[in-house]
Design a binder for this molecule. Structure first.
Ligand SMILES: Nc1nc2c(ncn2[C@@H]2O[C@H](COP(=O)(O)OP(=O)(O)O)[C@@H](O)[C@H]2O)c(=O)[nH]1
Ligand SMILES: [Mg+2]
Length: 238
């Protein structure tokens, strides 16, 4: 396995953190848990596992600020620690840890950024009703059309970056918190000329713990997409 670090943001994932860390370490990747002081004790469980598993480390942040800031802190740490590939992944088993090697393989085969994608042939969502599928696929379609890109799943959070991508895109300029963060990072990579590929994945709803998705996170993505396009037109995203 190449030198890859999975950044795993957690907020109240007490039921999921241990099985997830065991599944990931069995694959031979490094894992960086980024915990925002979860009130349910996820951070302490992660510390205990980090003491047992040499490939696991934990970044503790003081408070919950959303997925974007947690990932940015994780990316900076992973780059400083010398990772060649940096991955994003949810800690609720919506993303199958066994798909991690496929994302890394896509980068090894030449991609700069590999996206786990629900909306390409072979990908999909298990146990989602038509309403939720429509909103999610519609959101990606909205971003795809407004940004003028050819990516089908822009809001997914299962990704593998070649380190050069994170070194090149301006991490300091990114202030998105939720789905907008996923759209923005991929858009910045595309604008910078990197090769982005979609790898089909099957997304499964979590069975343990609770989603932290909110109306504010959805609205942020809606208003930020045209802003990203404007920023690209005015040279602020390049
Ligand atoms: N560190 C950190 N992790 C978060 C935050 N919000 C969500 N997460 C984690 O991000 C992942 C995806 O969040 P989730 O609530 O499942 O979002 P959903 O899949 O869109 O419903 C999970 O591992 C969460 O624990 C946050 O503010 N800080
Ligand atoms: Mg989830």
């Amino acid at each position: 396995m190449p030198n890859a670090t999975v950044c795993l943001p957690t907020y109240n994932e007490r039921e999921n953190i241990e099985p997830m860390l065991r599944a990931l370490t069995a694959l031979g990747v490094d894992v960086l848990v980024v915990d925002d002081n979860s009130p349910d004790g996820t951070g302490e469980i992660a510390d205990r596992l980090a003491a047992e598993l040499p490939s696991v480390s934990v970044l503790h942040r003081e408070r919950k600020e959303g997925l974007g800031p947690a990932y940015l802190a994780g990316f900076r740490r992973a780059l400083a620690d010398g990772a060649d590939y940096v991955l994003e992944m949810d800690c609720d088993f919506s993303h199958d840890p066994n798909d991690v090697p496929r994302l890394i393989a896509a980068c090894e085969a030449g991609a700069d950024l590999a996206l786990g994608s629900r909306y390409v042939p072979g990908g999909g969502t298990a146990n989602w009703g038509p309403g939720r599928r429509f909103v999610s696929a519609g959101g990606s379609w909205y971003a795809r059309v407004l940004l003028g890109v050819s990516i089908h799943d822009l809001t997914g959070g299962f990704k593998c970056y070649r380190r050069a991508v994170l070194e090149r895109i301006d991490l300091d300029a990114i202030h998105s918190k939720g789905y907008a963060f996923q759209i923005e990072t991929t858009y910045r990579a595309l604008r910078a000329g990197f090769g982005v590929v979609e790898v089909p994945i099957r997304f499964t709803d979590r069975t343990e713990g609770h989603s932290k998705m909110s109306r504010a996170i959805v609205l942020e993505a809606v208003w930020k997409v045209p802003v990203f396009r404007l920023e690209a037109l005015t040279g602020r995203i390049r």
